[in-house]
Each structure stands twice: as structure tokens, then as C-alpha cells.
Design a protein around this ligand. Structure first.
Ligand code: NDP
Length: 338
């Protein structure tokens, strides 16, 4: 049983030295337990937060403990009345080949998602749920409004923009690089996608958001937020989903104090800025999301790109790369063949 442990805490960007691969015998299930074999491991930006011991909404991964993570797994052995060998489940079984579970954290997969089990970690799982609730419940987009979405080709952002299009909005994405921007326009169907690496992002945004911005789905922070803020319309909404541009920074960057500008914009424009942590704030509404999203998937109204990484041992490098924008789509690690 290969396991990837957190060997040390990163200062700034994580490096390969923060992880350690070890091998152990495959554990034996007791009565009431199942043995799970990991097939897919989800890599998500929140994992950077768990590597640090700064206070957050959940405790960090302890040093020399296995890295946390959502997985799609197959029941390999069962001593549990509700699970049979061969069942597919979504689990929190972490960065390892095998894990034990008492079943309480497992969601059995059934129906069409079994044709594409990794989607249970993507558009039909946590990132899809995040896009759906953050956009619709907090952003509340109305037909004809302008929605801007950051990290536009990623797991969450690509769905935010497509759902906003389904709701009749003018959608402008922001992504890193020409290839991602082209993809957002030509494949995801966004009206525009702008490259945040170009110097004139603020200028480009104001050109393509001629009626201002009604909803900004925030996943990035930093200079992208600075370009968006002046264009927000009165009564605009900003679901704050993530701030990935800052996840690797170890303190507040030097620079002018922009807080008075932000507070003044909130007041004058009566902005609604609301953070959310998907499972903590919306856990009880998962079925509502899943039913609607499954319908859209069945009707082929959504495109979802995966960035597949082969082999558990490549997970650290893939997580490090995701924090630099090297991924193109939802990052899933194929830990074993299904
Ligand atoms: P993505 O698939 O979007 O991958 C992360 C992307 O972030 C990168 O590909 C890169 O895209 C972008 N990025 C990284 N660094 C920067 C930077 N400095 N400036 C601008 N963009 C950057 O990840 P997810 O879809 O899984 O997650 C997106 C966001 O949503 C994250 O902030 C994450 O923490 C948050 N999230 C929040 C949840 C919640 O409950 N609140 C739940 C799930 C996710 P590009 O190359 O286009 O710049």
C-alpha cells in the first residue's frame, strides 16, 4: 500500500521535499469495515491550505500523516452489511492505494455516473457543487447580466461560466494564457475570455464588460480582483470561492493599502461580497445540485475537461503545478486502472 505523507510544511510554494512516499502492508478490514482500492484521486487547491498549520476552517494535515483528499474507490473487501465487493464509492480515502472505512463517509455511485466515475470528483462532485451553489445562490445571476469568472477553464470556473450562459448571461472569463482563453470561448461558449497575464487586463475587461459587471465569481484574488472591482455595478454580487493567487504567500504583500478603496466600493455600490465553504454551508443541498446537474449532463449541455495525471507518485508535482496554473481542466490522478 503506497501512501504519500506530508513530510514538512511548505514556506511559500510547496516542493517535492514536502512529501514522502512510503509503503505499508495492505490493511485488513475488521467487522463493520470495508477495504477500499483507490482508482481516482482528486487534487484541489484547498490541499495547499491543509499543508499549513495557519488557523483555517478545518485542522491541517498532521506531519507524517497521509495527505487528505477525495477519491473514487472500489470496494475490494467488505465486512460491512451495506457494501459489496465491486461497489464504486466516493470517499475521503486520501493519497494512498488502499484505505479502510466504516462506511459513514462513503457515497455509493450508481446510474450514469458509473460510465465516467471520475466525474464524481468533478462536475458531479465537489467542484460542480461549488460552482452551482456559489453562482446561483450567492451570485443570483439574471438573464442579460454580465458575469465575470476567474480561473475560467478550471474545474469550478468552467462550470460557473457555462451555468451562467444557461441562465442567459453575458459571460467573460479570465484565464492564464491564449490557449486557455481560446478554449473558454470556442469550446465552453463564453462570450469572451481575457488573459490575466497580459498587462492590460483592466482595460480589456472594461472593453468587454461595456455594461459593467453584475456578478464576479472570485477564485483568484490579487491583481485580478483589483481589475474587476472598479467595474462592479451597483448592487453587484461577489461570491468569494477562493483566493488561489495568495495560497502560496506567507504574508501580506507590500504595496499601497487598498482597503479604503474596497470599503468605499462596497458602500457606494452596495456590493454583496460573501464567502462560502461548500460542504459546510451547502452540504444539505447536495441532492438539489446533483439532480439538476445530472439533467444538464444527460442533455449534453455542459463540457467538462479533465487533466489526468497518471500514477500516485506524480500527485505532488501535479498539485504544485496546479497552484501555478499548469493544469488545464479538473486535475484527477489515476491511481489504478478500473
Ligand atoms: P482550477 O482547476 O481552477 O485550478 C486552479 C487554477 O487557478 C489554475 O489552473 C490557474 O488558472 C488559476 N491560478 C493559479 N494561480 C493563479 C494566479 N496567481 N492568478 C490567477 N489565476 C491563478 O481549480 P478549482 O476549480 O478546483 O478551484 C478554483 C478555486 O475555487 C480555487 O481558488 C479553490 O480554492 C476554490 N474552491 C473553493 C471551494 C469552496 O468551498 N469555497 C471549493 C472548491 C474550490 P489560470 O492558468 O487560468 O490562471
Amino acid at each position: 500500500n503506497r501512501r504519500l505523507l506530508l513530510a514538512s510544511r511548505p514556506h511559500g510554494a510547496p516542493t517535492a521535499a514536502n512529501f514522502r512516499l512510503e509503503s505499508q502492508p495492505v490493511p485488513e478490514p475488521d467487522a463493520g469495515q470495508v477495504l477500499l482500492r483507490t482508482v481516482w484521486l482528486s487534487l484541489d487547491p484547498y490541499m495547499r491550505g491543509r499543508m499549513s498549520d495557519a488557523p483555517s476552517y478545518v485542522p491541517p494535515v498532521a506531519l507524517n500523516e497521509v495527505m487528505c483528499g477525495g477519491t473514487v474507490a472500489v470496494v475490494e473487501r467488505s465486512e460491512h452489511p451495506d457494501f459489496c465487493v465491486g461497489d464504486w464509492v466516493v470517499s475521503g480515502s486520501s493519497w494512498q492505494d488502499f484505505a479502510l472505512s466504516d462506511g459513514r463517509d462513503l457515497i455509493k455511485l450508481s446510474g450514469p455516473v458509473l460510465e465516467h466515475p471520475s466525474w464524481a470528483l468533478g462536475m458531479l462532485g465537489m467542484p460542480g457543487f461549488t460552482a452551482y451553489m456559489g453562482l446561483l445562490d450567492i451570485g443570483n445571476p439574471q438573464p442579460g447580466e454580465t458575469v465575470v469568472v476567474a480561473a475560467a477553464t478550471g474545474a469550478v470556473g468552467s462550470l460557473v461560466g457555462q451555468i451562467a450562459k444557461l441562465k442567459g448571461c453575458h459571460v467573460v472569463g479570465i484565464a492564464g494564457g491564449a490557449e486557455k482563453c481560446r478554449y473558454a470561448e470556442q469550446v465552453l461558449g463564453f462570450d469572451r475570455c481575457l488573459d490575466h497575464r497580459e498587462d492590460n487586463l483592466a482595460e480589456n475587461l472594461s472593453r468587454h464588460c461595456a455594461d459593467g459587471i453584475d456578478v464576479y465569481f472570485e477564485s483568484v484574488g490579487g491583481k485580478v480582483f483589483n481589475s474587476v472591482l472598479p467595474l462592479m455595478n451597483t448592487k453587484g454580487r461577489i461570491p468569494v470561492c477562493g483566493l488561489i493567487a495568495d495560497y502560496n504567500s506567507s504574508g501580506i504583500a507590500d504595496g499601497p493599502d487598498r482597503l479604503p478603496l474596497l470599503q468605499s466600493a462596497i458602500l457606494r455600490k452596495r456590493l454583496r461580497i460573501e464567502g462560502f465553504i461548500i460542504n459546510q454551508d451547502y452540504g444539505q443541498r447536495f441532492d438539489e445540485f446533483f439532480n439538476q446537474m445530472s439533467r444538464w449532463v444527460a442533455e449534453e449541455r455542459l463540457v467538462f475537461r479533465e487533466d489526468i495525471v497518471d500514477g500516485l507518485d506524480n500527485a505532488p508535482e501535479a498539485l504544485i503545478g496546479m497552484l501555478e496554473g499548469k493544469n488545464f481542466g479538473k486535475v484527477v490522478v489515476r491511481v489504478a486502472q478500473d
